[in-house]
Design a protein. Structure first.
Length: 441
């Protein structure tokens, strides 16, 4: 995780001390279940908790020092879980012989990873809620703010800026549902022992640990939790990232000098360029566009991690150590940044109206086309009649209304008052309430 693009709450999830705390809880909860089943003495389970709490207190008091102690052991054992258990045993004493009975390292690693991913998902859901709140507020604010809709970057027909934002709100509402589903799919526990047969660990131990950690039981874990779950999780993050980029790209286009309909808030003392004092660049939305690419890059390794040898290998492990902190941390940062952009977005209503009016009424061409067909002219003839006048208006010869008034063929079908009525802007906004009701209820 790059500190520049990491927020403390998310970074803490992927810190070694959090991982080791979860590892201890998995082992201690498993010991509780073993004690209830008569596999180990209940006094030993209590001693494991007592000693483990001392270990966790030491870890909290001196994270760097204790993490280094565990790392030093791992440099000898070449095994991270064994290194942790060795360090933990120093605090527990003789009763540590009952820790990890019948379990395999994947039981600890995969279950811990599930906890971390659910913790990360909870933060991402809160981030999404902030963005949804900002989009809703600004959409309602600009529900009736007229602007031009564009297709292929070219003026199409009128819409409102509120409708634009409502569309992005709907997308992130869907994204929230995807994150909820991804969280549910990833929140599974596996305490099934070597090759997942439960030969050395009772399934009831797994059930107990899962309940304590707020997870569900993995139906068949072989020796690892199946990585199709993780692939779906990272794919969901990628879709959210793409939606961020979609929103950011809209804002970047609207901030272009030639358009200038909306722009990122430019704070007092902010500088846009090292050489040109006039510059007000869309740096935040450009930034999240790049970050979205980083999040999406996690999808390919996650998909390739689905394929493992037989009941277990660790080819997925190294990739996940990269993509999990980076993808969740980057998306957390990007969601908060784009939420801030929306909250402070500067909207230029007058400029929107000026751009809407800039082509002399060309945006009403379809209304004329439809009116002519309803009056009896063929669609082909109607299209040709409107297009020839629209192209004259495009070249700036006159307004579309003036040109159509002078067109004898059009005049045969539409009276002057009928033609003028077709240039009523409210025609294009009459269903805005319907759209908003669908989106916001």
């Amino acid at each position: 995780m790059i500190p520049r693009y990491s927020r403390p709450q998310m970074a803490a999830i992927w810190a070694p001390e959090n991982r080791f705390r979860i590892w201890f809880e998995i082992e201690a909860h498993a010991c509780d279940a073993m004690a209830e089943l008569g596999i180990i003495p209940k006094a030993s389970a209590k001693a494991i908790w007592d000693g483990g709490k001392k270990a966790m207190a030491a870890l909290q008091a001196d994270p760097a020092g204790n993490v280094e102690k565990i790392d030093a052991i791992e440099r000898v054992t070449k095994h991270d879980v064994i290194a942790f258990l060795t360090w933990l045993g120093e605090f527990i004493g003789p009763e540590s012989r009952f820790v990890h009975q019948g379990m395999t390292s994947s039981d600890v690693l995969d279950t811990s990873f599930a906890v971390q991913l659910t913790q990360a998902a909870d933060i991402l859901l809160a981030d999404t809620d902030r963005l949804l709140g900002a989009l809703k507020k600004r959409a309602l604010e600009h529900k009736d703010t007229l602007t031009i809709g564009r297709s292929h970057g070219i003026h199409a027909e009128p819409t409102t800026f509120g409708v634009k934002l409502a569309g992005h709100y709907a997308a992130f509402d869907r994204n929230r549902a995807r994150l909820v589903a991804a969280r549910a799919e990833i929140a599974t526990c596996a305490i099934s022992g070597p090759v997942g047969t439960f030969a050395n660990v009772d399934p009831r131990i797994e059930e107990h640990v899962a309940k304590k950690l707020g997870l569900t039981v993995e139906p068949v874990s072989t020796q690892v939790i199946p990585r199709d779950r993780h692939a779906a999780f990272f794919a969901a993050l990628a879709v959210v990232a793409s939606s961020i980029e979609n929103l950011a790209t809209e804002i970047r286009h609207l901030q272009r000098t030639e358009v200038r309909e909306a722009e990122e808030f430019f704070s007092e003392g902010q500088k846009g360029s090292s050489s040109m004092p006039h510059k007000r660049n869309p740096v935040l939305t450009e930034n999240v566009t790049g970050l979205a690419r980083v999040v999406r890059s996690a999808v390919i390794p996650a998909l390739e991690n689905v394929t493992l040898w037989h009941e277990r290998d660790i080819s997925h492990s190294s990739a996940e150590r990269y993509i999990a902190p980076d993808a969740t941390g980057t998306l957390d940062f990007a969601l908060n940044r784009i939420a801030g952009v929306v909250e402070q977005l500067v909207v230029y209503k007058d400029r929107m109206q000026a751009n809407l009016d800039s082509l002399g009424g060309l945006v009403f061409s379809q209304r004329i086309l439809l009116a002519l067909t309803q009056k009896g002219m063929s669609r082909e003839a109607s299209y040709a009649a409107v297009q020839r006048n629209a192209m004259d208006a495009w070249r700036g010869n006159a307004s579309l209304l003036a040109l159509c008034r002078a067109d004898k063929e059009i005049g045969e079908f539409l009276a002057d008052d009928e033609l003028t009525a077709l240039f009523d802007m409210s025609y294009h906004t009459k269903q805005v309430d319907t759209i908003f009701k669908r989106v916001f209820g």
